[in-house]
Design a binder for this molecule. Sequence first.
Ligand code: FAD
Length: 596
Amino acid sequence: MIISKPFKTINMNKNTPLNNGMQPGLQTEVAIIGAGTSGLYSAFRLTDTGKYAGGQVQIFDMSERLGGRLESVILPGMNFWGELGGMRYLTSQEIVTTLIEGYPLTEKDPAKRTPVLNDHMTPIPFPMGNPADLLFYLRKEHFKQDAWNVAQQNGEKLVTRYYLNDDDIGFSSDQLFNKIIYDVLMADPWFARNYSDRVTKGPTEYDYGFKLTSEDWDEVKPNLVYHFPGSPYDGRKVNDLGFWNLIKDQVSEEGYQFVANAGGYYSNTINWNAAEAFPYMVGDFSADVTYKTIEEGYDSIAYALANQYMGIPGACIWSENKLLTFSKGHELRDTFRYELTFLNIPANQIWHVYANHIILGMPRKSLELLDQQNFFFNSNENTVLDRNIRSVIMEPAFKILMGFREPWWKKLGIDSGHSITDLPMRQCYYFGTDPENDNSMLLGSYGDMETETFWKALSDDTVLFKVSAAESASLVELKALEREQATQLMVNEIMAQLREVHQIEIPEPYVTYFRDWSDDPFGAGYHAWKAGVAVWDVMPYMRKPDADENIYVVGEAYSDQQGWVEGAFCEAEKMLKSHFHLTRPIWLSDSYYMGW
Ligand code: FAD
């Protein structure tokens, strides 16, 4: 992402005032826990619609910053943002796109759209690079990312070091995923009868197309049956199968290893719910879908929502305040249903807040870290809530940004996008170059699932990477980042892997920035539904787990766009519609489907 506009002129305000103090006895209508995207969106909607005044909606977060799993950072000496968490959006994701780009989205000229939020965010393409330059390094073999297509155009099949079934040789991993999904869909007579006009095969043996909408998928996912006589899974609902189980059954364990390795993310091919994996893997094939990001950093979407809410008198974001528990049997119970107990972290002091509604905008691990013995979680007796909280798999993820004094990857003709390997680093993204001094950023690792323990042993080491001088990077700025550095051992290992993948000399970085999202309170970078879960029931259940209580769970974890900000927004929007009776936002197109 090469940013043309100098950082200094950016007009996005990230100095949102946070209050890390306390006000014992504070009374409010709605207490929102979590200043991540789902919590901030809920606060924005509840106040922007005039439903509540600012003082009636209060946000609490244990962190000293807002944004949750969105965190954009500037590395010293570089004039553009790097992303430690979420980094891009799809233009098919209509809530996030509209909040960033204005409405209606049918108006192609952005200048003619009406903005929803006051802060200006600049949408820019998220470049995916040129497959003819980007690398694959699998089982110690180097390829360019277009190697499969080049071979196919020459009427050849690219042979790799994976012992694939004869029928599967020559397919790229994306093509093989599509083949598996097509074959399973069309093997079910019910699907073939009702939806065969929405999938295509050909013109070549490698081409498959899927034109199912999200609504179609919500019809297909609970109903699809696995029809493969002789298979251990014959006759079972695909929703009851793990994705790994299904892939192995279709293309052998070697085929599984191939798609898992070449796909870049182990999180896509863990043994999660196979029916949920299908639409996730084939992506959104509606017209004109592209990846974009925000020039001012992807966390701008969180700041813009927070600023909008903070513009309402009485609004407050209570940072560094950790929710411990909440109860009902308190003195003010005639006027406020709930007493919330917070730990104020700077003062290490307990204080109480009173509210009539509690919105928990947080993921699974954060929920599990709350008092599990209170009346709501009551984990010994409320086994349904307990089971539903555990219906998603927590997927570890970490990111390490590395600042180099030169864009060494340009020697290979690479300017953006990512390279993929089966080494534990898995992927690296080439993030951009500051044109004034050549300083360049690389997303050095994007480890998940299987690679976690490999890196954990290195990241637990005590010796941190030592920052060093670079052009335009003051030592004061660099020193301020000392605590955020990856360990020296980890950097050494990543450098060894980068050299093995790229096969050129690579200079040492001058700075790094490390974030492990499996640390508390997140417990995971993102989530995935377990096999056998009735997702269509659990999603609405989690939005209000107890019909008699005004307690709501929103966020990415229990959405059907897991791993995306849009999932967090859709859950919040549906919860606000059903339980706070908000009408659909005027800025959101009537036809946009938000799922179960
Ligand atoms: P969170 O952002 O997790 O917010 C939860 C908040 O609750 C946190 O601020 C936390 O501090 C607070 N909290 C927890 N417990 C307590 C407590 N007891 N008391 C007070 N506060 C508490 N999405 C995309 O759209 N595009 C991407 O490219 C993308 N890439 C990603 C890459 C990575 C590495 C990761 C980790 C995520 C990525 N995502 C991406 C996902 C996206 O970041 C999340 O879906 C989204 O930010 C989740 O928002 P949330 O509101 O559900 O929860």
